[in-house]
Design a protein around this ligand. Structure first.
Ligand SMILES: C[S@@+](CC[C@H](N)C(=O)[O-])C[C@H]1O[C@@H](n2cnc3c(N)ncnc32)[C@H](O)[C@@H]1O
Length: 240
């Protein structure tokens, strides 16, 4: 895995960065220390108002945060998700088991569903939460939890959504946000979460698949909504 550093852009914010690194058990480094370090450099910049991310391996990169208002305008990108979820009853609760940057969860919440999103990485939970404070959604709750711990709470009325971290190396296939996650979060437990979802009591399960991913599950989906790069596999067990 690539190294993730926590640092500061202004010297008066050094302490805040140190506290963030300690809280999440990450490596603190000054901007100068990062500059002279060898190897891959992913940075979490702490400021008093915002948390920013940057992949310094990409020479053209700038610190970024998530702009959820812009996301609402990116209609084409979330079209597949809208096509899929528009078929479902809005009184069902949606559990996003792999929240990440909550971009998918935000889109599903925008459609009117109540969404509970679980993210296991505490720094990422804090980053996404801080970005969401500018565009709060009452019906979207982000929780710092390993979703494997939540499986005994799901019922027939629930919809599970899983967007696993696939091992795809091609740069052109993902936006900078997802590239960042792929570089710093291991994809080792994804199989477990897919299997647990399929074996759960939930009535509907939606699994996002990348066309280059070669992980296959033994149970066939009820149907697949295909996009150019990504597909949504739907397991519909309502009424069983
Ligand atoms: C591909 S990203 C999801 C991106 C997300 N769909 C979005 O719109 O931003 C996968 C995320 O799932 C998280 N994750 C993986 N296994 C998890 C688990 N068992 N519980 C909670 N989060 C998990 C990873 O930490 C990572 O942030």
């Amino acid at each position: 895995m690539n190294h993730l550093y926590v640092s500061y852009l202004k010297i008066e914010e050094k302490k805040l960065a140190q506290q963030f690194a300690d809280k999440h058990e990450l490596t603190f480094a000054s901007p100068r220390q990062i500059r002279i370090k060898k190897g891959s450099k992913l940075v979490i910049w702490i400021t008093k108002d915002q948390i920013l991310l940057q992949d310094l391996d990409d020479k053209n990169s700038k610190p970024f945060f998530l702009n959820f208002h812009l996301l609402e305008k990116e209609k084409s990108d979330r079209g597949l998700l809208k096509k899929c979820f528009s078929k479902f009853d809005k009184s069902c609760k949606v559990f996003d088991l792999t929240a990440g940057f909550c971009q998918d969860a935000y889109c599903i919440a925008n459609m009117g569903f109540e969404v509970i999103a679980y993210e296991k990485e505490s720094w990422l939970f804090e980053f996404t939460k801080s970005c969401m404070k500018f565009s709060k959604k009452e019906n979207l709750k982000l929780i710092n939890l390993n979703s494997l711990e939540a499986f005994n709470t799901f019922t027939q009325k629930d919809i599970l959504f899983v967007d696993p971290m696939f091992e795809v190396n091609s740069k052109s296939l993902a936006k900078k946000e997802i590239q960042f996650l792929r570089k710093c979060i291991p994809s080792s437990l994804e199989r477990e979460i897919i299997d647990a979802s399929i074996n759960s009591s939930a009535g509907l399960i939606v699994i996002k698949r990348h066309k280059l991913s070669n992980t296959k599950q033994s149970v066939k989906p009820s149907y697949v909504i295909k996009g150019k790069v990504v597909s949504l596999e739907v397991f519909d067990r309502r009424g069983f």
